[in-house]
Write a protein that binds this ligand. Structure first.
Ligand SMILES: Cc1cc2nc3c(=O)[nH]c(=O)nc-3n(C[C@H](O)[C@H](O)[C@H](O)COP(=O)(O)OP(=O)(O)OC[C@H]3O[C@@H](n4cnc5c(N)ncnc54)[C@H](O)[C@@H]3O)c2cc1C
Length: 83
C-alpha cells in the first residue's frame, strides 16, 4: 500500500440524526454535528439553518428545531423512516 485515506465518521448514538441548533446555556455555541453518516445529504439544509441562526437568531428558511440539542435530554429521538 502506497497511501491511504481516512475520514472521521461522527456518530450520534442517541438517534443517529444530526444535532443542529444553539446550546441551551451557551448562546453563541451552535451545533451542526453528529450527522451519523448522512451529513453530506443534510448539509444544504444544515447550512441554511445555521446561517439563519447567525443572521437572524432564529430559523427562517427551514425549521430545524426538531434537531435541537435539547432533544437528547428530553428523550425525543427523531425516528427516520427509510422506505
Ligand atoms: C467513509 C464515509 C462515508 C460517508 N458517506 C456518506 C454518504 O454517502 N452520504 C452522506 O450524506 N454522508 C456520508 N458521510 C458523512 C458525511 O461525510 C459527514 O456527515 C459530513 O462530512 C459531516 O460534515 P461536517 O461539516 O459536520 O464535518 P466534517 O466534514 O468532518 O468537517 C469538519 C472540518 O473541521 C476541521 N477541523 C476539525 N478540528 C478542527 C480544529 N480544531 N480547528 C479547525 N478545523 C478543525 C476538519 O479538518 C474538517 O475539515 C460519510 C462519512 C464517511 C467518513
Amino acid at each position: 500500500m502506497l497511501r491511504a485515506w481516512a475520514g472521521l465518521y461522527e456518530y450520534n448514538t442517541f438517534d443517529h440524526s444530526g444535532i443542529i441548533g444553539r446550546h441551551p446555556e451557551i448562546s453563541n455555541l451552535i451545533f451542526a454535528t453528529g450527522f451519523s453518516g448522512h451529513g453530506m445529504m443534510h448539509s444544504p439544509a444544515a447550512g441554511a439553518g445555521v446561517s439563519d441562526l447567525i443572521a437572524y437568531g432564529e430559523f427562517r428558511s427551514i425549521d430545524l428545531s426538531p434537531f435541537r440539542f435539547e432533544r437528547i435530554a428530553e428523550n425525543q429521538p427523531i425516528e427516520e423512516h427509510v422506505y
